[in-house]
Design a binder for this molecule. Structure first.
Ligand SMILES: Cc1cc2nc3c(=O)[nH]c(=O)nc-3n(C[C@H](O)[C@H](O)[C@H](O)COP(=O)(O)O)c2cc1C
Length: 292
């Protein structure tokens, strides 16, 4: 199965290997650098899809010093070189759109500011399309900005962006809808947490409901991870954690949606990957550190 063709949204994939997003910190003030191009050149020759690292959609949401940006039209030219390089290596080009600013909590923002953030994601999606990308991934995981709105222990808003899951997921759903409106022909997937693994945080039960909601509003696929900043061992699991820690959670999500699902995090060896696909736990095998 690993070498069977696959499909996400409207893109055909030559096999079932996906390079997961990895912040490189190799950009030049947010612009694609030669070192960055070489990093991706060395890793894109065998996988069917590369999801380029978390790229900030606005300067407020830039987290790392040399993080890649997609916040302005002047970045498109460099990003086009990157998508061209991935295509030359026969991989489809994806890019993760992200915001992270842990100094703030969801309750710090006015409705107007939230609506502006939604637009920032949509404009970044248009830039991704103009730069030749085939797919965008919306970063809704790992305790980053949008995940904070989803988490009941972090989001204490009393208005329509807080409260029950429907309110906490409004920001994420609004982004998805606005992105789909701006780039209807671009494949859009969402990276979600199967669980925050915190007391009172976003749980697997809510994640299943959230996954169904994203499918209803047009997500073409899901990339399932877990954990927030304080529980990062669930998204970049170290040696002390047994292989495939998220598979049981992933299975529950996959059973509840019809869109393709990418597995992630310490997935073991080739035999394990084959099993994940054969047992219909996921449609794609996501790898980050194995490619680095
Ligand atoms: C150096 C590094 C950078 C990462 N950057 C991102 C990122 O930009 N966005 C994201 O969602 N996950 C990021 N991750 C998490 C990976 O995408 C992946 O989920 C995680 O490493 C588990 O997969 P693996 O066991 O194959 O490495 C990063 C991981 C590493 C090791």
């Amino acid at each position: 199965m690993l070498f069977n063709e696959g499909k996400i949204g409207n893109i055909k994939l030559k096999n079932r290997f996906v390079m997961l997003p990895t912040v490189t910190n190799l950009s030049n003030s947010g612009f694609v650098s030669d070192r960055e191009l070489e990093y991706y050149n060395r890793r894109s020759k065998d996988v069917s899809l590369v999801i380029v690292e978390a790229s900030y959609v606005n300067k407020f949401g830039k987290f790392f010093a040399n993080q890649l940006g997609i916040d302005d039209d002047d970045k498109v030219e460099g990003l086009k070189k990157l998508s061209d390089l991935l295509h030359k290596n026969d991989a489809k080009a994806g890019i993760q759109l992200a915001m992270h600013n842990p100094k703030y909590k969801p309750s710090d923002f006015t409705k107007g500011q939230i609506q502006d953030f939604v637009k920032d994601f949509a404009y970044a999606a248009v830039r991704a399309k103009n730069a030749g990308f085939d797919l965008i991934e919306l970063h809704y995981a790992h305790g980053w900005f949008v995940n904070q709105f989803l988490s009941p222990d972090v989001n204490k808003r009393k208005d329509e962006y807080g409260g029950r899951l429907e309110g906490r997921s409004k920001f994420a759903v609004d982004i998805l809808k606005e992105v789909k409106k701006h780039v209807p022909d671009l494949t859009v997937i969402c990276r979600i947490n199967a669980s925050d693994f915190t007391d009172g945080g976003f749980s697997i039960e809510e994640s299943i409901e959230f996954a169904k909601l994203l499918e209803r509003y047009g997500a073409d696929g899901l990339d399932v991870s877990a954990g927030v900043g304080s529980t990062s061992e669930y998204h970049i699991s170290p040696m002390g954690i047994k292989d495939k820690p998220l598979l049981e959670f992933l299975k529950k999500i996959k059973e509840n949606v019809n869109i393709p699902v990418i597995a992630a995090n310490k997935l073991g060896f080739a035999g394990d990957w084959e099993e994940i696909l054969n047992n219909n736990i996921a449609d794609f095998v996501g790898i980050a550190r194995g490619l680095i």
